[in-house]
Design a protein around this ligand. Structure first.
Ligand code: SF4
Length: 665
């Protein structure tokens, strides 16, 4: 039924052809869009997964939203659409779904799915407000509680992002909803609870919009074996789904990795201890007379933890002044000095928890802290012992002056876990994975293998754009090698030349801040003389503002690194030139990339051919794709890196982009 409806929608009888319903716009048939919608509707009907590369211009959002909406109507269960960027989420929520409602003449209920820590917990707020003295005597946070109490009077959703005034994150962490710290139906605020209202909204709606981080952390939570099934169910905000679309799927491996491992850090451990007990003036949860042993155990652990963390920080600073990730490679080279003290504290806390009234306000919080401390200790033990073989472990410094340390344990490859969680999942909902760039020289298998969907059907659509007419490609075959000392002066000359040709209106894409900043400094005279407005990443403006200014100003240029290669959309003449300074090979200095390369080598593969090259090609395709966003766009792409012509692997880059006229320089 939904397959028929979807086919009808993109047929000659499409409501899009009725220009009045189509808001006065002329509907242009796009065979790629109709094909994509048909294949998705057919996969949903068969309950099968599908991986689709859909180039820009196909209209892929519409091509999946329609069959997904029909599928939700038919199954009477919600579907979920997950994206990487907020921009795309907003487009779907504010533009696409309301438009589809008008076209279909039928209401669609939709809502945004967010993690529980976005919602205020009324019980925790009331607890903190009544115990203000015990928590914040003399601290500046106490003033903010009245702001929060005023805000909550009028708040519909209790959602942090809806607060006009930014609240300190430290205070929000004390009052937001937490996994394992919820009394559920026993809570006196249950009827008014923002979290449960959000959960009911999601369960009742037809389309849930989420981001990859929320989706993967929810899936990871469901996949974790917990002692109590009920808790497992309650820990997820997501209802039972009937289908999922993962758009902008080229980022899914990275996002999923960060949610499928284990992590601990010094700041969280300190905060957990402070939630238990600070000192006589701030006794917090351990205020009663029967807490003496617990208080002693907290103090002992805190003293040892501070010593241990200070020694680690000293050692990390000796390895590198910059707070960059440092791989930990020798199992048990460092002992988890906190293990026995944590065990002692947990023992005391459990005794206390057993003797307290289960309905008491503090009892649930105590249980959560016990669970959290245990989880941190497990992560620390896993980290220092390196017990899991196919994991990579690294320290990372963060926070003020890089004085906090995180301990990261991440699976080197996530294909197996993703396969179990998503593509071989017990709930068996079909998953549609899509992006504009998934294939390398027409082959999608690299991507499918890395995300565990190697046995799923795939489809590569061609582009509706006329690249032969719309793009001219300049290849720097005669440029010096990018690592040679002659490269920078020559690059400066060429960038100036091509910026003059396009009168600015250009993105200049870099792979490192150092090269970008050096060229930016060296070219100040050229910019001033030519009246160019240049916005450099990491400078005065944040990327979002840089883009606004770029669109508003004549002769504008963006010098950008990572975030401008992907997910940035400037249609029309404002962007007429994309200059790629170097092929975007990742430097294998991040422990995760290094470990992935080692694993490929260990299995007899070639890390360059089987990892670095395909990764770089996909990123290169993203960069190239910034230029043409509609059939009217025209412009040039300049590739300054001579390796694209001189090295054997250059052809993988050139064969992965559409054919267009080429000029060598
Ligand atoms: S039901 Fe749970 S999340 Fe909601 S207010 Fe009560 S304790 Fe907080």
């Amino acid at each position: 039924m939904s397959l028929f409806e979807s086919d009808q929608f993109f047929s000659d009888k499409s409501p899009l052809r009725d220009s009045q319903r189509n808001e006065g716009l002329q509907y242009e048939t796009r065979p790629q869009q109709a094909r994509m919608a048909h294949e998705i509707a057919a996969s949903l009907a068969r309950g099968e997964h599908l991986c689709i590369e859909a180039p820009t211009g196909v209209g892929k959002t519409f091509a999946y939203l329609l069959p997904m909406v029909f599928h939700a109507f038919e199954t009477e269960r919600p579907v979920l659409v997950s994206t990487h960027t907020i921009n795309l989420q907003e487009q779907i929520l504010k533009k696409d779904l309301p438009f589809i409602e008008r076209l279909l003449g039928r209401e669609i209920s939709y809502a945004v799915g967010k993690g529980r820590s976005n919602y205020l917990c009324l019980r925790r707020l009331s607890q903190i407000a009544s115990l203000e003295q015990r928590y914040f005597a003399g601290e500046e946070l106490s003033g903010q509680i009245s702001t929060l109490l005023n805000w909550v009077q009028n708040s519909q959703n209790g959602d942090y992002t809806e607060m006009d005034r930014q609240l300190s994150r430290q205070l929000w962490n004390l009052v937001c909803c937490e996994r394992g710290n919820c009394l559920n139906k026993r809570c006196r605020f249950y009827q008014k609870c923002f979290l449960f209202k959000a959960r009911r909204r999601l369960a009742d709606c037809q389309v849930i919009i989420a981001n990859h981080a929320f989706f993967f952390s929810s899936m990871a939570m469901r996949g974790k074996p917990t002692a109590k099934d009920e808790e497992n169910q309650n820990s997820s905000l997501l209802p039972k789904l009937s289908a999922v679309v993962l758009d902008e799927a080229h980022t899914m491996e990275e996002v999923a990795s960060s949610h499928l491992g284990a992590r601990s850090d010094t700041l969280s451990i300190r905060q957990l201890l402070n939630r238990l007990y600070v000192d006589e003036r701030h006794p917090r949860l351990l205020a009663n007379d029967n807490c003496l042993e617990c208080r002693r155990a907290v103090n002992e652990l805190r003293a040892q933890a501070e010593l241990f963390f200070a020694r680690l920080l000293d050692w990390l600073q000796q390895q590198s002044q910059r707070p960059q990730p440092l791989r930990y490679t020798v199992p048990n080279h460092i002992d988890n000095h906190l293990d026995s003290l944590i065990a002692k504290l947990l023992f005391e806390l459990k005794k206390l928890s057993g003797s307290s009234e289960p309905e008491a306000e503090d009892a649930q919080e105590l249980k959560l802290i016990i669970e959290s401390i245990r989880t941190h200790n497990e992560a620390l033990n896993l980290f220092f012992s390196m017990r899991e073989n196919e994991y990579v472990y690294w320290f990372e410094r963060f926070g003020k002056e890089g004085r906090e340390i995180s301990f990261n344990c991440v699976p080197i490859e996530i294909s197996k876990q993703l396969n179990e969680l998503l593509f071989n999942n017990l709930e068996k909902f079909p998953v549609i994975v899509t992006s504009a760039t998934l294939a390398i020289a027409g082959d999608i298998s690299f991507f499918q293998k890395r995300v565990g969907m190697q046995n799923c059907p795939s489809l590569l659509l061609d582009s509706p754009f006329d690249f032969e007419r719309q793009v001219k490609l300049y290849l720097g075959q005669n440029m010096p090698e990018p690592n040679s000392p002659q490269f920078l002066p020559e690059a400066e000359k060429q960038i100036e030349h091509f910026l003059s040709l396009s009168q600015g209106r250009a993105f200049v894409l870099f792979t490192s801040y150092s090269m970008m900043n050096e060229l930016y400094e060296n070219m100040q005279g050229f910019f001033a003389k030519g009246g160019y407005q240049v916005y450099v990443q990491g400078g005065e403006y944040r990327p979002r503002r840089m883009l606004e200014l770029f669109r508003e100003n004549e002769k504008a240029v963006i010098f950008g690194t990572a975030s401008f290669w992907t997910g940035v959309d400037v249609a029309g003449e404002a962007l007429s030139n994309v200059i790629i300074c170097k092929l975007p090979f990742s430097v294998p200095d991040h422990p995760l990339i290094e470990a992935r390369c080692e694993m490929i080598k260990f299995r007899g593969g070639n890390p360059f051919l089987h990892y670095s090259l395909p990764e770089a090609v996909l990123k290169f395709r993203q960069g190239f794709g910034r230029l043409i966003r509609s059939k009217q766009d025209q412009g040039m792409v300049v590739i300054m890196d001579c390796r694209v012509k001189q090295k054997f692997y250059g052809r993988f880059f050139l064969e992965s982009i559409p054919k267009c006229p080429v000029e060598i320089f």
